[in-house]
Design a protein around this ligand. Structure first.
Ligand SMILES: [Mg+2]
Ligand SMILES: [Zn+2]
Length: 287
């Protein structure tokens, strides 16, 4: 549906692990990572680790090979493809980096499902070394949000996406995430939007403790299978509401014009594609 924007976090939401930790561990840099982390921001540690790996002779292909083995639940790719085929505008908001995310999405064959990837820049420089930089340049100024890490306030990205809606017409947002960095964007969602926190993960705990602050409908999920069922169910129910309000509008116009609403049904939006969802059992959390 053109009126639905689905925003995914990446680590532990699309893939089932943290891509930074995965690359660091698989390429044998865990000790260095743990040593550096108390001394500098996470994002800067990742850039330093990439420099170290380059010095040790690890290539971009070595990093890509590790990324292609990243764990993903088998129902996540079909869920994304279905949402895309239903016409949703799908985007990513992630504190990982562009190189890791694009390598994995291209490998999975779903890069083209995403209209936008908001994340930390990651690119191969002229030496053949991977550079990872912050999305928000915290050295020059703070983004000012104390809920979020210095490199990225996901809430501000959601606000930018929402601001674009005023030009494009009313849209409904569905936000999926797992981490504490996904709490700030969850608070920016409006009534009628949907937030899908991963159950028993930090954002779920934060939402459970602060339900009165969340205006969006809350629909939890635990694994890729539930992600698929809950996401498609939410898309269906938004689509139904949209077609309902469209047909109500048409009928109201007909009444006002005192015409016989014979052709009204022909003007209604086409029937929704039926998506079979046999195991759906995830009722919204009660507010
Ligand atoms: Mg995450
Ligand atoms: Zn924030």
């Amino acid at each position: 549906m053109a009126g639905i924007v689905v925003v995914f976090d990446f680590d532990k939401t699309i893939i089932d692990l943290d891509s930074d930790n995965w690359v660091v561990d698989e390429l044998g840099a865990t000790d260095l990572f743990n040593k550096l982390l108390p001394t500098m921001p996470w994002n800067s540690v990742m850039d330093r680790i990439m420099k170290e790996l380059y010095t040790q002779g690890k290539t971009i292909d070595n990093i890509k090979e590790v990324l292609k083995r990243a764990l993903i639940h088998p129902r996540v790719v079909p869920a994304i493809k279905t949402a895309h085929s239903l016409g949703c505008d799908i985007r990513i908001v992630s504190d990982a980096n562009l190189f890791f995310i694009e390598t994995i999405l291209v490998h999975l064959g779903i890069r083209d499902c995403f209209s936008e990837i908001n994340t930390n820049p990651g690119y191969v420089n002229e030496e053949g070394r991977l550079r990872i930089l912050p999305y928000h340049d915290f050295h020059s100024s703070s983004h000012g949000c104390n809920l979020c890490p210095p490199t990225m306030c996901k809430g501000m990205i959601i606000e930018r996406i929402q601001a674009s809606f005023t030009k494009e017409g009313k849209k409904t947002l569905i936000y999926l995430g797992d981490g504490s960095g996904d709490f700030c964007p969850s608070l920016k969602l409006k009534g009628g939007d949907y937030v899908m926190p991963r159950k028993n993960f930090p954002v779920w705990d934060l939402i459970c403790q602060n339900r009165e602050l969340v205006r969006a409908e809350i629909h939890e999920w635990s694994d890729g299978e539930e992600l698929e069922h809950v996401l498609i169910k939410n898309i269906e129910s938004i689509s139904l509401q949209e077609s309902h309000s469209n047909s109500t509008r048409l009928l109201l116009v007909d009444c006002k014009m005192e015409t016989i609403p014979m052709a009204a049904h022909e003007a209604l939006p086409p029937a929704l594609p039926v998506v079979y969802c046999p195991l759906y059992c995830n009722d919204p959390i009660e507010k």
